[in-house]
Ligand binder design. Sequence first.
Ligand code: ZN
Length: 129
Amino acid sequence: MRPDPIQRLDTTFFWDACERGEFLAQKCEPCNKLWHPPRPMCPDCHSLEKSTQNLSGKATILSWVRQVRPASFGFKESPIVILVELEEGLRMVSNLVGDEPPEIGDPVEVDFAKTSGGKAVPVFKKVAS
Ligand SMILES: [Zn+2]
């Protein structure tokens, strides 16, 4: 089973949202930049004033890889690892649901996979193009 996410002071809001089925990014109040992964300071203007914004969950696959051996910790077979660009312009690394290799440019949308301790992490599933 998929291991739990590592929770820290600056990431707990993100993982708690995932448990509720919400997909969030941090947003800088002074300059409106969105960022991911969570961190305490805007990467552009270094402001500490931030809020959160719901993301659409729609994304495009930029790259992917499947680890062959050994299987990733917590998995019988390693999942397909994808780099996606979200509709809002953010990029993130995640997993693709299923075993079918994707094509670069495939449209995907966020889903949430349960973890061994009852938490949830964002993964992506293919959608019709
Ligand atoms: Zn900023």
